[in-house]
Design a protein around this ligand. Sequence first.
Ligand code: SF4
Ligand code: SF4
Length: 190
Amino acid sequence: MSGEKKVEFHVHKKRIIKNIKIDVDKCNGCRACEVACSLFHARPKYSSNNPARSRVRVIRDLVNDIYVPVFAGEYTPAECLGRDKYVIDGKEYDECAFCRASCPSRDLFKEPDSGLPLSCDMCESDPPIGEPMCVQWCLADALIYEEREEEVEEGVAAGDMEIGVEALIVKYGLEKIAETVGRLSKRDKN
Ligand code: SF4
Ligand code: SF4
């Protein structure tokens, strides 16, 4: 078996965690967020406006007379085996009402023509835009964009050769190894 042994080194990297905080008390149900999102994600950009293509949908909570913006999360290929029912002030809400998933049991968060799942991508684009579109267009300030930096540990796979060289450097020092490699390469040329 010729498979090279793989070992992982761990390196620390910084990454930006993006988050949208939702203040439901401020949401007035104007649905500008849905419009802005569907316009931004239209192909070509801004060519069509269809809230069914939006990655945020505003759900009406009739009992409390509030609107709840729900952001599209991950696609899940199977329906849940157990579902949550929400009871708010005595009114029972549909078990899927506030769920973020795009799943086979409903049409929410699916591209209406193709049926492909939609998920909030925080308006990632090239060139990047400042704040996500839904946040920019929420004039009621119900959506608050936050960024924080987090240090994460990432595994980097290294092959046998890298491990061997690293071990030699640890044992003899980089200078000594470089000097030896230089000497050997001169000898090979002669
Ligand atoms: S734009 Fe803001 S206020 Fe309007 S529905 Fe969306 S979250 Fe609510
Ligand atoms: S952050 Fe961007 S992709 Fe996500 S819901 Fe808002 S506008 Fe849509």
